[in-house]
Design a protein around this ligand. Structure first.
Ligand SMILES: *Cc1c(COP(=O)(O)O)cnc(C)c1O
Length: 350
């Protein structure tokens, strides 16, 4: 591995210049200059965390991540405020979710403090790559994986926690509502499975239905529960909500639904606005009567759904999406420092 770099307490990384065209940011990877790595060799504790230049990894061909998919991912964002300071949104929630996931797939995990410290170090080292206000954010991708060698199926003897980052554009600017295709044959998650954690193995099995939906002009698929096929669960990487009058409903968290941090935050914001919020089973047919439908996730924020297609029938929603937009503006406002953070969700980096 390359030489390790200790971040200076008062680093001047933030003064670096970049030649990124902030106005053209999309969702393609632009690897931020520094990544963070920390290892666990005793099966319990992570230590020796350090920043190093973004670089390729060396892995055992027999590592548990390559052979058995023993790995988790996370995703969060850093935003630059109008005054230049950089903020994170609820990073300890990502830390807790990673801990829960690690427990399910037999991995040790960094403590919440280690996780949050590592995220802060990574963002500070790459501060010059956090887009200016209104241009996007720095997407932060923590990974936890079994990197030690194994032959017989089982957990690895060694684990690596890694964080890399990339500046990304603002999804809201695209302003295109999602057109969802309900997938009846392929399921994302099953009871007793790993749908409720950000397990690396959950994602490639949905590439095929997403690819097919995109080829037909849809933006994403909406999955139904694997047992009855009657209830909506979520899209491939975001949670779903329906609005009817003053009531906002979303599928209750079960082991087949990923407990989104954006989902959880939107529930609290909606309650604060005085809406009724219901977390419950939602039958597919309710989509046909909803006033508005929207999805939530770190990558997309709050995004309106323009249409849902089920068994060849397309249901469209009005473009006003008043409630969706109100929630979208409120959340993004807190995340970017434009709206007062009454909930204590944001954390300032510098
Ligand atoms: C990450 C993810 C979400 C959204 O979670 P956030 O914490 O809001 O980013 C929703 N569904 C799936 C399947 C996910 O992987």
């Amino acid at each position: 591995m390359g030489s390790q770099i200790e971040p200076a307490a008062n680093s001047n990384y933030g003064d670096k210049h970049t030649n990124i065209n902030w106005d053209k940011l999309g969702f393609d990877l632009i690897p931020a200059d520094y990544m963070y790595m920390m290892t666990c060799c005793d099966g319990e504790t992570f230590s020796n965390g350090a920043l190093r230049p973004y670089q390729k990894l060396e892995l055992h061909p027999s590592s548990a991540i390559l052979n058995y998919g023993q790995g988790l991912l996370e995703g969060l964002k850093a935003y630059r405020r109008g005054d230049g300071r950089v903020m994170l949104f609820r990073p300890e929630e990502n830390a807790r979710r990673m801990k829960m996931g690690a427990e399910r797939i037999c991995m040790p995990s960094p403590s919440v403090e280690q996780f949050v410290h590592a995220v802060k170090q990574t963002v500070l080292a790459n501060k010059h790559m956090v887009p200016p206000p209104g241009k996007g954010s720095l997407y932060i991708r923590p990974l936890l994986m079994g990197t030690g060698p194994v032959l017989a199926m089982g957990p690895a003897p060694e684990f690596t926690f890694l964080i890399y980052a990339s500046p990304v554009g603002d999804f809201h600017k695209a302003r295109t509502p999602l057109n969802l295709l309900i997938q009846e044959k392929i399921h994302r998650a099953t009871p007793g499975g790993t749908g409720g954690i950000k397990c690396i193995t959950n994602y490639s099995p949905v590439f095929k239905p997403i690819k097919e939906a995109k080829a037909q002009g849809f933006s994403d698929v909406l999955f139904l529960d694997a047992v009855t096929g009657k209830y909506i669960e979520e899209a491939s990487s975001c949670n779903i909500f329906i609005v009817k009058g003053d009531t906002i409903s979303t599928p209750a968290i079960a082991e087949t639904i990923l407990p989104g941090i954006t989902r959880k935050s939107i529930i609290d914001i909606a309650l604060d606005f005085g809406y009724q919020v219901q977390e419950r089973l939602i039958v597919v047919e309710e989509l046909t009567e909803a006033d508005e439908v929207f999805c939530t996730g770190t990558a997309v924020g709050v995004v309106p759904v323009g249409s849902v297609t089920y068994q060849g029938k397309r249901f469209e929603y009005g473009i006003e999406a008043v409630v969706t937009k109100k929630l979208q503006v409120a959340l993004l406002g807190i995340q970017t420092g434009l709206v007062e953070d009454k909930m204590g969700w944001t954390c300032m980096l510098d």
